[in-house]
Write a protein that binds this ligand. Structure first.
Ligand SMILES: Cc1cc2nc3c(=O)[nH]c(=O)nc-3n(C[C@H](O)[C@H](O)[C@H](O)COP(=O)(O)OP(=O)(O)OC[C@H]3O[C@@H](n4cnc5c(N)ncnc54)[C@H](O)[C@@H]3O)c2cc1C
Length: 423
């Protein structure tokens, strides 16, 4: 079998896998996905919070998330999709006023979002009983909710496999061959250079070393080879700038660590436990977010001064004691006595306007990109995969017009797609 790929997708996270399936579902043959680690031990698709909502402030984000949530609803059981709602608390009058304006855009997309005043919040969500005078209002969006991101990615992958997509695991993309296209000033991607990787006994340690230093230690290197392709798509998430640098193109993405803690509110000292009632995802005025996770709650907080970097260090109990517990106890008396169970750190791929990057790469005839969906990649995955497959196949978008997300928008601040309610 020829190794040549028709479409070569670099990165087998939820975005690359959705795209590969969407391409194959359109009848495109010879789609190949290349990834260092298809299990995704350090991939954002493995380490996220599983929250999904369509209630954004930018039309392209609202539409792509709404369509993805509709798709999740069609596979509710398989994906563990629960439309349990997002409750978003506000303490800032200006932000709340703008959230209410955004409801009009969300309503145009068929999303009903309730605006609640303080007394309605307290009546409907009695869990919230501390420092309630800070809360000036809230939005509750019942169609938003929670999903099992691994189940979604695995579904995309198994459907893609059935349609003949090839997945190359333990392959590190070390280089990209480009040439002038022959017609006009556009360049073409000719091939990628891959190194097969033998992670040895300490697979997680080896993967971490490679994904933080961006080189494969000689002892782990297997066969090196070149895979020619007709089309290349960068779906590397937080690692997209590493590939972009090899190609010699600008990439504004920065990897930023985000930490999540599992919290036991049903520990021995708390006999009654905590009932989150109607709440799917709760976003507090402090920026803390939480949702039920089995018998625990999953709580996350994005420290605003987190420096960019490929950092997977979870700060453990000190993160819980510094960032999570004080915010939990500040908002609900029933959270006061709770225990840190464990947690983890993953990467947000952050852009200057907090929206993802998707489209054809300027200056190239056959290079595309779909990456850097910050904290939104799961909830945009279906619509982005479908729309990018249309662009590659037909030269135009049909499902969602992703043109606002083109990477060259960063040349012009007027074209930024600025999102604010990111957590
Ligand atoms: C803590 C946290 C919470 C989040 N919460 C949510 C949430 O609630 N809802 C939501 O929608 N999103 C959330 N996100 C964001 C979401 O997880 C991401 O946007 C999404 O998973 C990105 O998917 P991806 O396929 O672009 O990238 P990834 O899943 O990161 O995949 C990139 C792949 O590239 C591979 N790779 C890297 N370099 C190379 C190379 N040189 N060669 C070969 N392979 C390589 C990696 O192995 C990896 O598998 C969260 C993220 C984090 C970190």
């Amino acid at each position: 079998m020829s190794e040549r790929a028709n479409v070569l997708v670099v990165g087998g996270g939820i975005i690359g896998t959705s795209l590969a399936w969407s391409l194959a579902a359109r009848g495109i043959a010879d789609v190949v996905v290349v990834d260092l680690d298809l299990a995704g031990v350090y991939a954002s698709s493995e380490l996220n919070a599983g929250g999904v909502r369509a209630t954004w402030w930018q039309p392209v984000n609202v539409e792509s998330c709404r369509i993805t949530l509709d798709f999740f609803a069609q596979h509710r059981e398989q994906f563990g999709f629960k439309s349990s709602g997002y409750l978003w608390l506000y303490a800032d009058a200006d932000l709340f006023a703008r959230a209410l304006v955004a409801r009009e855009l969300q309503a145009e997309q068929g999303l009903e979002v309730a605006a609640l005043d303080r007394s309605e919040v307290l009546q409907r969500f009695p869990l919230i009983d501390r420092h309630t005078e800070e809360i000036i209002g809230a939005t509750f969006s019942p169609r938003d909710g929670l999903v099992n991101p691994n189940a979604v990615r695995d579904w995309y992958r198994s459907e893609a496999l059935k349609l003949g997509v090839r997945f190359l695991n333990r392959h590190y993309v070390a280089g990209v061959e480009t040439a002038l296209s022959g017609a006009g000033p556009l360049r073409r991607v000719e091939a990628i250079d891959v190194i097969e990787v033998d992670t040895g006994a300490d697979a997680a340690g080896s993967l971490r070393e490679i994904l933080t230093t961006h080189r494969v230690p000689r002892a782990l290197q297997g066969e090196e080879r070149r895979i020619p392709c007709d089309t290349l798509v960068n779906c590397l998430g937080a690692w997209s700038p590493i590939l972009s640098a090899k190609i010699g193109i600008r990439d504004v993405t920065e990897p930023v660590r985000r930490q999540i803690a599992l919290v036991d509110v049903h520990n021995e000292d708390v006999a009654s436990g905590v009932d989150l009632g109607e709440i799917g995802m709760l976003v507090d005025t402090s920026g803390l977010y939480l949702h039920p996770e089995g018998s625990f709650i999953l709580a996350g907080y994005s420290t605003p001064d987190e420096p960019p970097g490929f950092d997977f260090q979870y700060d453990g109990a000190s993160f819980f004691e510094r960032e999570i517990w004080p915010r939990l106890a500040h908002r609900a008396s029933s959270f006061e006595r709770c225990a840190h169970v464990r947690g983890w750190a993953g990467l947000y791929a952050v852009t200057p306007d907090r929206s993802g990057i998707a489209g054809a790469v300027k200056g190239f005839a056959n290079l595309f990109e779909a990456h850097s969906f910050t904290g939104r990649g799961v909830m945009q995955s279906y619509a982005v995969g479908q729309s990018m497959a249309e662009l590659i196949d037909l030269g135009r978008y049909e499902t969602v017009d992703l043109a606002p997300l083109a990477g060259d928008r960063f040349d012009d601040p007027e074209r930024w797609v600025s999102e604010e309610l990111h957590i």
